[in-house]
Design a protein around this ligand. Structure first.
Ligand code: SF4
Ligand code: SF4
Length: 104
């Protein structure tokens, strides 16, 4: 499991660095976040939920039935929209209330 951080969307707010329980995310000289130890990511999704700029994508590997799809989160006031994008670009959106998001 791993995440990918899109440099062009990252504004360097540091939230993902602060919330990653494994201290896996760092910032480069351009103030952009990056994951240093990809293989150590266990997919807790904390960084996705905290990034208000949808800069983080989470890859859903074959081992969990994702077959290369990816997931990103978009914040909308009290809700989080979880976008699941398949390899063929088909997209499914699941909306959760922020307070309940730790259930998923
Ligand atoms: S939370 Fe998002 S915008 Fe903020 S540093 Fe991390 S990736 Fe960049
Ligand atoms: S998904 Fe969890 S473990 Fe992986 S980088 Fe994000 S916060 Fe860290």
């Amino acid at each position: 499991m791993s995440i990918k951080i899109k440099e062009n969307k990252c504004v360097g707010c540091n939230k993902c660095v602060e919330v990653c329980p494994g201290s896996l995310i760092y910032k480069n000289e351009q103030n952009k976040a990056f994951i240093k130890y990809e293989k150590d990511c266990w997919g807790c999704t904390a960084c996705l939920k905290e990034c208000k700029f949808s800069a983080i994508e989470y890859y859903l590997g074959v081992d969990i039935g994702g077959n290369g799809a990816h997931l990103y989160v978009e914040e909308n006031e009290d809700t989080l929209n979880w976008h699941i994008v398949c390899k063929n670009e088909n997209e499914t959106v699941i909306t959760t209330n922020r307070k309940e998001s730790n259930k998923y």
